[in-house]
Design a protein around this ligand. Structure first.
Ligand SMILES: [Zn+2]
Length: 47
């Protein structure tokens, strides 16, 4: 069940909860379980 609230940040290269997600990509999955995305912290330093 916990898998549903996790995503994989491609910048941190870590699993994080969706609460911390800035962007979640719908195009790919990490280990076929976790959606790929980018957390808020990474988004804030994207420049
Ligand atoms: Zn991140």
């Amino acid at each position: 069940m916990e898998h549903n609230v996790l995503f994989y940040c491609v910048k941190c290269e870590q699993l994080k909860t969706l609460e911390q997600a800035g962007v979640v990509f719908r195009t790919g999955y990490f280990r076929n379980l976790y959606p790929l995305g980018c957390c808020v912290a990474c988004g804030n330093v994207s420049r």
